[in-house]
Design a protein around this ligand. Structure first.
Ligand code: GLY
Length: 325
């Protein structure tokens, strides 16, 4: 089937799904982040999303599956020692140990997750195997490491000389203080993608809060908090202080609001409002959400200024500043 016919067939399918769930009947405000093309798209948090999107796009643009794209995409920052908040080169905990959290979710609501995993450069791929090859959703700590080694992953030292130096220099200063999360010092990569069939998937991976207590797990590996995908409605992911995201069941709530017809950006904004309320108006913490609706329309919102996200579709790959309070 030629590409145009494939697109027409897909558009017809998605428009009938959209009709069923009431998406197409709504009129949305003009928004610069609108994409009504129903073509493949990948969006991800922060500027490390730009190279991650490019990798994911190689798969999406060749008709590949969204689940493969979101795994391949986030492996780019996981493997980059200069990204200090994800994977190899991620900042260690108070004990100087790099502990990683990641999860992945597909269009059939299958999901896998690992938390507090040490020595494995690509936790997202371990999460994928938890999803594909076990009856479980989540493995943690030593058990997750044992599983990874059993599956042939290599045990590596994830602490680079540069990160070790920074940790030794700053650990006292960072004691009991949550580091500022912004464009220069960001955290998680969350990625959401829609493939040529209109199927949605997502992934999320991080080394978590800088200088965290050993054993602390944030939102990123928690399905419904750091990531949620419902193929009938849309997908969402989170970044920022994980505890605040968990308290709101953040990503699941964003998807639920979209199910009720709320625009992706407004859905993200509503959950940020709830974070603000829970913290009695304290705007000194960063939390951001990113959402992709089933029809390709996306949106984001963050509590503080300084959250940005990358969007790749067939018009290119660009970085967008998130609206914020
Ligand atoms: N959002 C990443 C974390 O809190 O661990």
């Amino acid at each position: 089937m030629n590409t145009r016919r494939k697109f027409l067939k897909k558009s017809a399918l998605i428009s009938s799904i959209g009709g069923l769930i009431g998406l197409k009947s709504k009129v949305y405000a003009i928004n610069p982040t609108m994409n009504t093309s129903n073509r493949p798209i990948v969006i991800s948090t922060w500027d490390h999303g730009i190279p991650a999107n490019l990798e994911a796009w190689k798969i999406l643009n060749n008709g590949g599956k969204a689940i493969d794209a979101v795994e391949a995409g986030v492996k780019v920052p996981e493997g980059d020692p200069n990204v200090r908040s994800v994977g190899f080169g991620g900042f260690p905990d108070k004990d100087g140990r790099v502990t990683l959290d990641a999860c992945i979710m597909d269009e059939n609501q299958q999901c896998g997750s690992v938390a507090c995993l040490e020595h494995i450069k690509h936790p997202v791929s371990v999460a994928r195997l938890v999803m594909d090859e076990t009856p479980y959703v989540m493995l943690v700590g030593e058990g997750a490491l044992e599983f990874a080694l059993l599956k042939g992953f290599e045990k590596e030292n994830l602490l680079t000389p540069e990160t070790l130096l920074e940790w030794e220099e700053f650990k006292e200063e960072l004691k009991e203080k949550r580091s500022i999360i912004n464009i220069e010092n960001h955290d998680t990569i969350g990625m959401l993608a829609m493939d040529v069939l209109g199927n949605l998937s997502g992934s999320c991976t991080t080394s978590g809060l800088t200088n965290k207590l050993h054993g602390r797990v944030g939102d990123s590996p928690i399905i419904g908090a750091g990531l949620f995908v419902d193929n009938e409605v849309g997908a969402a992911c989170a970044t920022g202080v994980g505890e605040e995201v968990i308290k709101q069941a953040g990503s699941a709530m964003v998807v639920e609001l979209m199910r009720n017809g709320v625009h992706p950006e407004d859905a993200c904004k509503e959950i940020i409002k709830r974070v603000l309320k829970t913290n009695r108006g304290n705007k000194d913490i960063q939390v951001g959400f990113l959402a992709l609706r089933k029809d390709g329309i996306f949106g984001a919102f963050s509590l503080m200024k300084g959250f940005n996200f990358a969007v790749q579709d067939d018009t290119g790959n660009k970085l967008i500043n998130s609206p914020h309070f």
